[in-house]
Design a protein around this ligand. Sequence first.
Ligand code: MG
Length: 367
Amino acid sequence: MKIRRITLYQVKMNLKQPFVTAFGTIHERESLIARVEDEEGATGWGECAAFSAPWYTEETVLTCWHINEDFLIPLILGKTIRHPNEVSGLFQHVRRNPMAKALLEGAVWSLYASKQGQPLAQTLGGTKKQIPVGRAIGIKPMSELLKEIDTALQEGYKRIKVKIKPGREHEILSGIRKHYPELPLMVDANSSYTLKDLELLKSLDQYGLIMIEQPLAYDDLIDHALLQKKLETPICLDESISSLADAQRAIQLGSCRIFNLKIGRVGGIGTAIAIHDFCRDRGIPVWGGGMLEMGIGRAQSIALASLSNFLFPADTGGSAHYWEEDIISPPITVENGYIEIPQKPGLGCEVNLSRMEALTVYLRDFA
Ligand code: MG
């Protein structure tokens, strides 16, 4: 595949309902989409996971634009790439910036899969025909939270994840457990606690949680290892893991028992597969969290989650839960708590060009 053209789109799409985390409220999702084209006119699409502000990790939509325009695109434009795993090698002299890198790497994977005539899931080594999904719910008043859990369960979602923050943990969790004692439930703290909260975090063991995600600092492994020794509830790391080396260190230190594996956060699909395989060989389960992705990013996450060691339901809800109209067709649908793995070559769906046009605030062609 000789890459002859890359188009970067900056897009904005309103969320149907705002998403509240420990950091703030997101009303509209801003993102970057990349389209790569080879000299035979075949195309692939990628989506950037970064948010508008650096509250999840340090990258933002605009830092990713800058890194792509000024550094990454020049490294692959005009190059012949035989396999998407070569992309990370071309990017090796650009330090970190994983979400910026994953945008183009993902587009090259989608191009490669479509040229192989294979669904992306198969190209990645996925074996599942469908994946179970759960619902992630932001911080909201108790009555709304219970209503949303009820709706999600009626729609067939297989587990519920709620965001927690200091001061509201017991209210949220005892409120849920009173109504749903057996519900498969997990929490995400997005780094809201420190080891000073040890007793409080230990008290969460009483709720029978599947896991507690990223309780301590976003870049920590040591304190998580100390905490995990004191907790019955498995810790799952999200923000702390941005490379295979991070995952290896976390396992060595005992910082967690589960990983949340997100393509953007680890710098691309190739690294995500490497972490998956490393964990599989050591009996450490992984699962796929969400980044409020639009359809392209969501299709990639679904393909990755078809790998065998994804052992918990993914955070990947259906398109209709988030958007009036997604940027792909068909949109992603959840039936009875499962998403079918698309069987069409490439991403497994078409990018809706007129919808893309309506959402694009800026675009630039590189050829
Ligand atoms: Mg998380």
